[in-house]
Write a protein that binds this ligand. Structure first.
Ligand SMILES: Nc1ncnc2c1ncn2[C@@H]1O[C@H](COP(=O)(O)OP(=O)(O)OP(=O)(O)O)[C@@H](O)[C@H]1O
Length: 778
C-alpha cells in the first residue's frame, strides 16, 4: 500500500533507496497510510483547532489485519477530532481490500493480445509481407538471369572435374573403398581372422555392386542412345544442359559455388528488453537512472514483437516518467540504440496511461523505405465527409485525414514536399464529385494542373498582381458571399433536417440548397499575405473562412514555405485545426506551423534531415501528433487521377465554373467595378440608400455577377473600399419609414475618389463574386 502525505524521516530515506518497493517501504511488514485522528497530547489539548487532521500529519504504523478495517473507519468525523480525550486512531486512506476493481478477473482492464499475428490480420503488414516475397523473387530471377553467361562459363570449366568426381565416387562405391581403412588396420595388427572376414565381405559387396551396375547400365545406355539418336533436339539439349549443370555443380568447390548470392544478408539487430533498458538508462533522466540501477520500474506489459517492417516494444516507464519525456529525447535514444534516427519512433499509447511508451524501431530509415501506392490512385471515389488516405506512418500504415469541418495548414522549407502533400488532398477532393474546388497555386509551375478541369475556380501564376487578384476574387467570393448565403440557408432549414446547424452529407447532396462542400486551397499563400496591396484583406477574409467556414462546409487549406509572422498572420496560424509540418529550420517556423510551444513539447520538424522529403509531423487529425510521409503521386499519376475525377463529375452533373468552360473574368475579361456599378444604380439625387435596394438593382444590372447578394455580402464587399454600412432611415415604396442597413452617397463618392487616386491608370479589380474587371479612374 502507498501513503499520502509525509512519513517520518526514516521511512522517507528508506523509500528513496527503494523506490519501487510497493509492499514494504519501511521494512516493517505491510504498512497502511493513516490520517492522524485527534492526537491527545498536552499541547493539542490547549488548542482544539490544531487537532484537526492535516495532510502533513499523516503517520504510518504497522497495518492492522485487513479484516479489522471496517468500512466505518473511512469516515473521519471532524467534530470527533475536536473531542478532548479522544484516542489516536489510525484511519487508512487506501480502499478496503476487496473493494478495488480488479479483484475478480472480469473487473480487470487487462489488454487482450490478438490471437492472430499482425502479419495475418493487418492488411498493411500482410501487403508488406506479400510485396517483400514478390520483390525478392523478382530480384533473384533478375540477378541470376544477368549472370547466365558467367554460370555457363563456370559450368564448362567444371564439367570435366565434376565428371572425374562422379567417376571417382562410383569407383569407390563399386570397390567398397570405405572399408579399406578397416582392412589396413587388420593387416597392421596382424589380425588374420579379422582381415579374412573383411576381405570376404568386401568381395561380396563388390560382386553385388557390379551386378547392380550391370543391370542399371542397360537402361542407362539405352536412354542415352534414345536421347542422342531419337529424342527431339530441345529435349536432348535440355537433358544435356541439366546433366552438364549437375556435373558443373559437382565440380565446384565450397569456396566458389556455381551460383552467386543474390542477397547479402543485411541482418537488422533484434530489439531486446536489455537494449531498451540500457538505452533508457542513458537518457540522463534521474527517475529512469534509478529504475535502471535498481532493476525495477521499467516493465514490458507485452512481448517485443515484429510489427510491419520493424520491432515493437510496449514499455511501462517508471512512475513519473511520461512517453513525452522519451519522445523529446528521440535522437539520444536512437544513439543509445545504435540505430539511425529515422528508424527510432517512440510514441505514447493513446489508450493507456501517460507512462506507457510504444517504441517502434524500423529495419530501415523512414526516408529509405518504399513509398506505398495511394489507395485511390487506380480506382474509387472519395467522400470528404469521411477520412481519406493522406499518408503512411513509419510502419507503413495508412494515415487518414478527415478534412470536413476543419482547416489545414501545411508548412515547410522549399522543396520538401508541400505541393505533393497538397496534391493528395486536391486529388481526394476532386474524386468527391460533390466538392466544389477553388484552387490557387501561386508558384506558377502548374503542380496542381491535373485537377484544373474539375475546378470551379483554378489559377496558377507566379504571384504577380493578376495572380494575387485572381486569388483574392476566390477569397472574396467565399468570404463575402458564400458564408452569409450558406448561414441563411442553414438557418432557414427545419431543425430535424439540420439539428446541429451545420452542413451534413444529406444537405450537401441536396443540389437545390447549394450546400456542397467547398475546398479552397492556396499554395504559397505567403505571397498573398505579404502583399502590401492585398495582405491585410486576405488575412481578414481567411480568418473569416477559418472561423465560420467549417460548420458551413467550407474547408480552407493553406500551404506556405515561409512560416513567419509577416508571411502567415498569427490569427490564421493559431486557428488552423490540422497542421502538417515538413522539414523546417528553426523553432519559430516549427511553432508557427504546428502551434505555440510544440517545439518545447518535443514535437520537432526541425529534426528531419535533407533526405526526408515528404515526411512531416501531422497534428490535429487525431489524439496525438504523428510522423507521416504523404503519398507520393507523380505528375503522370496525378494526370490520370485528375481525368478520372473529371469523368466522375461529368457523370454526377457537378461540373461548374471554369470546369464547364466558363471563362473567369480576368484582367483581360469584361471590365466593371463594384463602386461604379453602385454609382450607376443609385437614384440621382439620393444621398443615402438601403443595402437591400442596391442589391436588387445590382442583380438587375449584372445578374451573372450580383445575383444572390444580400446586405451582409454587400457590406463585406464594401469594407475593403473603406465604406462601412450602418443604419439608414428612409421610407419604402408605400411611404413607411424604417431604419435598415445602408450607406451614404458621400461615402461612395469618397471611396471612388480614393480608388481613382490610387489608380490613375486603369487597373484590374475583382468583385466579390470572384469575377474580375477593371476599375477606372474617377
Ligand atoms: N511523399 C513524398 N515522398 C517522396 N518524395 C517526395 C514526397 N513529396 C515530395 N517529394 C519530393 O520532394 C520534391 C519537392 O516536393 P514539392 O514540389 O512538393 O516541394 P515544395 O515544398 O512544394 O517545394 P517549393 O517550396 O519549391 O514549392 C519532389 O520533387 C519530390 O521528389
Amino acid at each position: 500500500m502507498r501513503f499520502i502525505g509525509r512519513k517520518n524521516d526514516d521511512q522517507d530515506s528508506d523509500r528513496d533507496q527503494r523506490p519501487d518497493d510497493d509492499n514494504d517501504p519501511i521494512g516493517m511488514g505491510e504498512v497502511v497510510p493513516l490520517h492522524r485522528e485527534p492526537v491527545r497530547t498536552d499541547a493539542d489539548a490547549t488548542d482544539a483547532d490544531d487537532s484537526r487532521p492535516r495532510v502533513q500529519d499523516v503517520i504510518a504504523r504497522p497495518a492492522p489485519a485487513a479484516e479489522s478495517v471496517a468500512p466505518a473507519d473511512y469516515d473521519v468525523d471532524p467534530d470527533e477530532d475536536d473531542e478532548e480525550g479522544a484516542e489516536v486512531r489510525p484511519v487508512p486512506v487506501d480502499p478496503v481490500p476487496g473493494s478495488v476493481p480488479g479483484l475478480f478477473p472480469w473487473d480487470r482492464t487487462d489488454e487482450r493480445r490478438a490471437p492472430i499475428p499482425l502479419w495475418v490480420s493487418d492488411a498493411a503488414t500482410r501487403k508488406a509481407a506479400v510485396r517483400w516475397v514478390g520483390d525478392m523473387a523478382k530480384h533473384k530471377a533478375k540477378f541470376h538471369a544477368v549472370r547466365t553467361p558467367l554460370y555457363a562459363g563456370r559450368v564448362a570449366v567444371r564439367v570435366p572435374r565434376g565428371g572425374a568426381r562422379v567417376l571417382r565416387d562410383y569407383t569407390r562405391w563399386v570397390t567398397d573403398a570405405e572399408t579399406r581403412p578397416l582392412r589396413a588396420e587388420a593387416v597392421r595388427k596382424a589380425d588374420a581372422v579379422e582381415h579374412m572376414k573383411l576381405a570376404q565381405k568386401t568381395a561380396e559387396r563388390q560382386k553385388a555392386r557390379l551386378a547392380i551396375s550391370g543391370v542399371l547400365a542397360v537402361p542407362v545406355l539405352a536412354g542415352l542412345a534414345v536421347v542422342v539418336f531419337a529424342a527431339p533436339v530441345p529435349v536432348a539439349v535440355l537433358l544435356a544442359v541439366g546433366a552438364a549443370s549437375w556435373l558443373g555443380v559437382r565440380g565446384g568447390t565450397e569456396d566458389t559455388p556455381l551460383f552467386g548470392r543474390a542477397v547479402v544478408s543485411g541482418k537488422v539487430p533484434e530489439l531486446t528488453s536489455d537494449m531498451i533498458i540500457r538505452a533508457l538508462g542513458s537518457l540522463n533522466n534521474s527517475l529512469l537512472n534509478n529504475a535502471v540501477k535498481s532493476g525495477r520500474g521499467i516493465t514490458f506489459p507485452a512481448p517485443i514483437t515484429r510489427e510491419g517492417p520493424g520491432w515493437r516494444a510496449d514499455i511501462d516507464l517508471p512512475h513519473g516518467v511520461t512517453a513525452n519525456d522519451i519522445m523529446e529525447k528521440r535522437s539520444a535514444l536512437a544513439s543509445a540504440l545504435r540505430r539511425p534516427l529515422g528508424c527510432v519512433w517512440p510514441e505514447p499509447d493513446p489508450n493507456q496511461h501517460e507512462g506507457r511508451l510504444v517504441l517502434w524501431v524500423g529495419d530501415k530509415d523512414m526516408a529509405q523505405s518504399r513509398a506505398a501506392a495511394w489507395p485511390l490512385a487506380r480506382k474509387g471515389k472519395a467522400d470528404l465527409f469521411e477520412p481519406f488516405a493522406f499518408a503512411t506512418d513509419q510502419r507503413g500504415r495508412t494515415v487518414s485525414l478527415l478534412l470536413m469541418f476543419a482547416n489545414m495548414l501545411i508548412g515547410a522549407m522549399p522543396r520538401y514536399g508541400k505541393t505533393f502533400a497538397l496534391r493528395v488532398i486536391a486529388l481526394a477532393a476532386a474524386l468527391d464529385p460533390l466538392v466544389r474546388l477553388y484552387v490557387y497555386e501561386l508558384k506558377g509551375t502548374g503542380d496542381l494542373a491535373s485537377i484544373e478541369d474539375s475546378c470551379h475556380r483554378y489559377h496558377s501564376g507566379p504571384a504577380e498582381t493578376e495572380d494575387l487578384e485572381a486569388t483574392m476574387a476566390g477569397l472574396r467570393e467565399i468570404a463575402n458571399v458564400e458564408l452569409s448565403r450558406r448561414a441563411k440557408v442553414i438557418k432557414s432549414l427545419p431543425k430535424d433536417k439540420c439539428p446541429e446547424n451545420k452542413v451534413t452529407p444529406e444537405l450537401a447532396a441536396n443540389k437545390s440548397l447549394g450546400l456542397f462542400p467547398i475546398l479552397l486551397m492556396i499554395d504559397e499563400c505567403q505571397e498573398l499575405f505579404k502583399s502590401d496591396e492585398f495582405g491585410a484583406e486576405a488575412a481578414e477574409l481567411c480568418e473569416k473562412i477559418i472561423k465560420r467556414g467549417p460548420a458551413l462546409g467550407i474547408i480552407l487549406v493553406l500551404a506556405t514555405q515561409k512560416p513567419d509572422s509577416k508571411s502567415l498572420p498569427t490569427a490564421i496560424s493559431s486557428n488552423m485545426g490540422i497542421r502538417f509540418c515538413l522539414r523546417v529550420m528553426d523553432q519559430t517556423a516549427n511553432d508557427m506551423v504546428l502551434g505555440t510551444s510544440t517545439y518545447k513539447a518535443g514535437i520537432r520538424a526541425t529534426e528531419f534531415k535533407a533526405k526526408d522529403k515528404g515526411i512531416g509531423i501531422l497534428l490535429g487529425h487525431g489524439d496525438s501528433h504523428q510522423t507521416v510521409r504523404s503519398y507520393y503521386i507523380d505528375g503522370p499519376a496525378a494526370e490520370a487521377i485528375g481525368k478520372r475525377a473529371h469523368q466522375l463529375r461529368e457523370k454526377a452533373g457537378t461540373l461548374s465554373g471554369q470546369a464547364t468552360g466558363e471563362t473567369p473574368q480576368t484582367a483581360t475579361g469584361p471590365r466593371y467595378s463594384l463602386l461604379d456599378d453602385i454609382a450607376a444604380v443609385l437614384a440621382p439625387g439620393a444621398d443615402k440608400v438601403w443595402s437591400e435596394t442596391i442589391c436588387d438593382r445590382l442583380a438587375d444590372l449584372r445578374p451573372d455577377v450580383y445575383r444572390g447578394w444580400d446586405a451582409t455580402g454587400l457590406s463585406n464587399a464594401l469594407k475593403p473600399h473603406g465604406i462601412t454600412t450602418g443604419q439608414v432611415w428612409l421610407t419604402d415604396a408605400t411611404g413607411k419609414g424604417a431604419n435598415r442597413r445602408g450607406f451614404t452617397r458621400a461615402d461612395l463618392d469618397k471611396a471612388r475618389r480614393a480608388a481613382g487616386q490610387a489608380k490613375k491608370t486603369t487597373k484590374p479589380v475583382t468583385d466579390s463574386d470572384g469575377e474580375m474587371g477593371e476599375e477606372e479612374s474617377a
